[in-house]
Design a binder for this molecule. Sequence first.
Ligand SMILES: N[C@@H](CCC(=O)N[C@@H](CS)C(=O)NCC(=O)O)C(=O)O
Length: 245
Amino acid sequence: MTIVLHRFPLSHFSEKVRVMLDFKRLDYRVVDHSPGPDQLAVVKLSGQRKVPVIEHEGSVIHDSTAIALYLEHTFPDSRPMLPSDFTQRRLVLDLEERLDTVLGPRVPGIATDEALRDSDLFTEVGAASMAASGVPRGLVRAVGWLARPATFIPGVRRELDDARTVVRALLLELCGRVKETGYLCGREPTLADLTAAGLTALLKIPDAKHNPLPGRVGTGVREFINDPALGMFFDWRDRIYADLR
Ligand SMILES: N[C@@H](CCC(=O)N[C@@H](CS)C(=O)NCC(=O)O)C(=O)O
């Protein structure tokens, strides 16, 4: 039976799950929601407010890690995301958790900060994000104008700059891992690789299925995209996406 993925169009945790579904070559369809009052539908479905949520044969699962474990358990014959060896499996799950913890809370702020520098970009991104609730573009643009000055408040600026520093350091570490073995935890792609790919989608828009910003593929946070030291990471990540298509 087809899996239903409930997401916000620009949710990076939802993208992490969508990448897993492609990797495992499972049949799925996407239902878009918007942050705000529209989240009531997510609450009614899953008993909590966050996406991603999947529905499959009467089961409703939320949280990207729980979904990964469900998919591994329910589809043992499709491509594995976790090694069968216990120690290797632990290493993959530990790295996945670290990626969730480091990238999860920082990437949206970094991407929003970047989008706020260009009113047209912010309006396009905001409208895509709010499409399910039909918020008018004019209102999204006005929010952008109002929010932009906040990024100059010293405390906010410092936090955003710190987030960039922490994320850049992690991406450099990932480059080192890729250089050594081709993937993040050895010679085969695992849940850790899919997590890194999905959670960085807002840093550089990938050429992916169900992409809400098809006209922006290859664009993103310029400081990262134009950083030669990170070129290897994004080349590797784009190859992962290419292999999924
Ligand atoms: N630990 C969760 C995090 C999910 C999460 O933070 N989702 C965000 C979107 S990327 C969300 O739904 N935020 C809405 C809210 O907090 O109300 C996972 O791995 O799925």
